[in-house]
Every structure is written in C-alpha cells, then in structure tokens.
Design a protein around this ligand. Structure first.
Ligand SMILES: Cc1cc2nc3c(=O)[nH]c(=O)nc-3n(C[C@H](O)[C@H](O)[C@H](O)COP(=O)(O)OP(=O)(O)OC[C@H]3O[C@@H](n4cnc5c(N)ncnc54)[C@H](O)[C@@H]3O)c2cc1C
Length: 401
C-alpha cells in the first residue's frame, strides 16, 4: 500500500493548483457575478488537459486515471469555492468517461474531441419536474423509429443547459424505453436540437454554470447516439453517477481545505480580548474537529477513485461484489463530503464574525455552492443512505419496488 503520489501525479497536482491560484482565484468573483465561466478559463483548462480528462487520447482526452481526475477535482474545488468550475469539470470528466466507454465509435469521434477542447459541453439529464431521486419512476420516453430514436417528455434542474445551447453540446439523457424490450434508453441529445425547448432557473449559488429544463417534443436523434444496448441504459447511468459522485466529493474536499486554510490564517491574526482568536480553546477544538473530518473524507475519496481504476477500467469486467463495494464506498463519501465542506465553510464564516457575512471575504460563495450538493445535485444525502442501507442489509430491505 502506498499513499504517496507518483512524481508525475505530484507534478500534475502542482500544475492544477497553480491554475487554481493564478487563473481561478482572480476570476472567482466574476464567475459568480457574471453567471458564466470566462472563455479564457475554459481555454486554460483545455490547455492543461482538464476537460474530459479520462477520455482516451484517440478521442482528444488525456486518458487519465480516476485518481488523477480526483486530484484535479480537489484542486478545482479549492480554486473556485463557488463550485461552478468544479461542476463544469466533473460533468465533463464523469460523463465523458461514460460516453467513451459506452458510446458508439461514431458518436465518440463526433462528440468527444470538441468537449475535450472546451468548445462543446457534455452534461447529464435524468431529473424530471416530478422528481429526481426515484430515477426508475421517470416519465420521459423514447422509442426507435427506423434508424432514429424519438424522445418525448421533460427534464429539469439540469446543469449546463445554457452552456450546451450557447457553446454547442448536449446531455446524456436517460429515458424510459417504449420498445418491446422495455427498460431504459440512454441517449446523447444535442441541446441545439430544433424540437427542444429550454428554460434557465434562477439558482441561489454556483452561478457560473446554468441549471435549466429541457422539453422534448418528439425529438429525433440518430441511433448512433444510443449508449450501450437498447433498453439497457439504466445500469450505465448508475455507474456514471458512481464515478461523478467521487469527483463531486473530491471538489467538496478541496473547497473545505481552502476554507480551513483561510480560517487558520485568520485565527492567527484576528484578536479578541487581547489575544489571537486561535488561542481560545473553544475555537481551536473546532479547527481540530474540522481538520480531522476533512482528512478522513479526503482519503475515503481517494480510495473511491483508486477502486474505480482497479475494478472499472476499460477492460475490466467487474462482478457483483466489486460493484457493491464501489457503491458502498462512493455512497459513504458522497454522504460525508458535502456536509463536511458545508460545516467547514459555515464555521470559518463564523470565525470571521460580521466579515464572514460579506461578499468581500467570499466564503458565502462556497456556502451557496456546496448547498447544491446538500439538496440533491448528483443524488441527495438520503439517497446515499438508501444505497448504503441496501448494500449493507441486502436488496430485500429496500422499502420500494
Ligand atoms: C444545482 C443543481 C444541479 C443539478 N444538476 C443536475 C443535472 O445536471 N442533471 C440531472 O439530471 N439532475 C440535476 N440536478 C437534480 C438532482 O439530481 C436532484 O435534485 C436530485 O436527484 C433529487 O431530486 P429532486 O430534487 O427532484 O428531489 P426529490 O426526489 O423530490 O426529493 C426531495 C427530498 O426528499 C429526499 N428523498 C427522496 N426520496 C426519499 C426517500 N425514499 N427517503 C428519504 N428521503 C427521500 C431527497 O433526498 C430530497 O432531499 C441538479 C440539482 C441541483 C440542485
């Protein structure tokens, strides 16, 4: 067992941290107030190979491991506390990997190179206005007509709808199959498609990336946009979520680490009752607890990424035990990382007193951004508990059909 990064991994981590320090941090406020990630940020990310980095080189990516991607997610979460850049990064990383593994050869060549160059956006569409947690209860349908699939229905709360519309790109869209085989079809749907109507929601945080709805009015996409086999898309989407949740958690770890660094510096310098704040045990103990929690979740997260590399690589044939282990580990980390980051940011804001409540200090951007992962993005906390209950007790204990 070796917890050390290799030399190339360390060099890569340093390069992404430099990007975070010199490119992201100076733009953090602008990303939040202008409601978009500036083109120069995305260009630099593409230059560093950070967009869809797990995609193999033949489709324009760097073929990175999950561990390296997890390291990058941490650094990007640290660089832009609002989570907007981290969301952009991890959607491309997680769902780019899914398309590279399960898409047709034609779709990979057509879609992925532009995503890796930052010229096109790739997102995920599963949630519907009637709910996102009960994935199998979705209503949006698709069926095959000749060499096309026809989609009808509505998806909501999707990250990147505006980006995919303005920059080009689309969403991997899970739909109930009306075909004889039943099941679910997982299809790439370009957002610029003429029979799609889109809407942007007014979010409270991570303002640099849009969230919106898409309505499909008998939208037709070519059969080359189907991932995996007809009617068999559900499992592919679930595996994609497991991978994406690992990177979400890593971004939360990075944000928590940065918030704690900001807080630690403040505890050294800010004085009350004639002493630095850091001298008060009541505050020191909070610092110690937060550090211990971040450290635990950081390594839990790294292990999840390592498991993805070990058991879910391109040539792997993971058995049920391997799938169950990864589901457990990732559900546990996604259950833990957002609340740890949220609590860290909240505590540090309180150490700052009134200043913590201002936009100047900027911690509120993290507070609003991390909240997206508390309420539901990439699966709500209770859904992680349901996964853990199922994996620890057995499927017969799942209280739903
Ligand atoms: C900023 C943001 C970005 C998002 N981006 C995307 C995206 O790109 N693509 C996409 O498809 N979706 C996206 N989502 C939606 C996200 O996946 C859903 O919010 C999530 O799946 C929960 O669905 P819901 O919001 O409809 O809540 P519901 O399913 O209605 O659940 C409401 C609450 O009840 C809890 N709950 C549900 N069932 C149970 C149960 N059985 N037991 C106990 N508690 C339960 C949930 O955890 C949640 O807290 C995004 C959400 C946000 C906030």
């Amino acid at each position: 067992m070796d917890f050390d990064l290799t030399d190339p991994e360390r060099a890569f981590q340093e390069a992404v941290r430099r990007f975070g320090d010199t490119v992201l941090r100076p733009q953090e406020r602008r990303i939040d107030t202008e409601g978009r990630i500036p083109d120069e940020v995305l260009r630099e990310m593409a230059h560093l190979g950070l967009l869809s980095m797990m995609v193999p080189p033949e489709y324009g990516g760097m073929g990175a491991s999950a561990v390296l991607t997890e390291i990058a997610a941490e650094e990007i979460g640290r660089g832009d506390l609002s989570m907007a850049t981290a969301v952009f990064f991890l959607l491309e990383a997680g769902w780019g990997r899914t398309l590279a593994l399960h898409g047709t050869e034609a779709a990979r060549h057509e879609i992925l190179p532009a995503v890796c160059r930052g010229e096109s956006f790739l997102g995920i569409a599963t949630t519907e206005p009637t709910g996102g947690s009960d994935l199998a209860g979705m209503r949006t349908e698709s069926h095959r007509e000749g060499s096309e699939f026809v989609l009808h229905g509505e998806k909501a709360f999707l990250s990147g709808v505006e980006e995919a519309r303005s920059r080009g790109g689309g969403h991997l869209t899970l739909t109930r199959s009306r075909g004889t085989a039943g099941g679910f079809n997982f299809l790439y749907v370009p957002t610029g498609h003429p029979s799609l109507a889109t809407q942007r929601f007014a979010n409270m945080g991570r303002m640099g990336i849009s969230t919106g709805a898409i309505t499909y009015d008998h939208a037709r996409v070519p059969e080359r946009y189907l991932l995996g086999e007809e009617g068999r898309g559900f499992g592919i989407a679930l595996e994609g979520f497991t991978v994406a949740r690992t990177f979400v958690s890593a971004a939360c770890v990075g944000a928590a680490e940065r918030a704690l660094e900001i807080g630690t510096a403040y505890l050294r310098e800010r004085r009350a009752f004639g002493q630095p704040l850091g001298k008060f045990e009541g505050i020191q103990f909070e610092l110690a607890d937060l550090y211990a929690q971040i450290e635990a979740v950081k390594w839990q997260c790294r292990r999840a990424a390592w498991l993805i590399d070990q058991r879910f690589g391109p040539d792997a044939r993971p058995d049920a035990a391997a799938r169950s282990e990864l589901e457990r580990v990732v559900a546990a980390v996604k259950l833990t990382a957002p609340p740890v980051a949220f609590e860290t940011i909240k505590r540090v804001m309180m150490w700052f007193g009134a200043a913590g409540y201002t936009r100047e200090v900027g911690l509120e951007r993290g507070f609003r951004g991390i909240m997206s992962y508390m309420v539901g993005a990439e699966g709500g906390l209770n859904i992680m508990r349901i996964i853990l209950g199922r994996e620890l007790l057995g499927k017969e204990f799942v209280p739903y059909k």
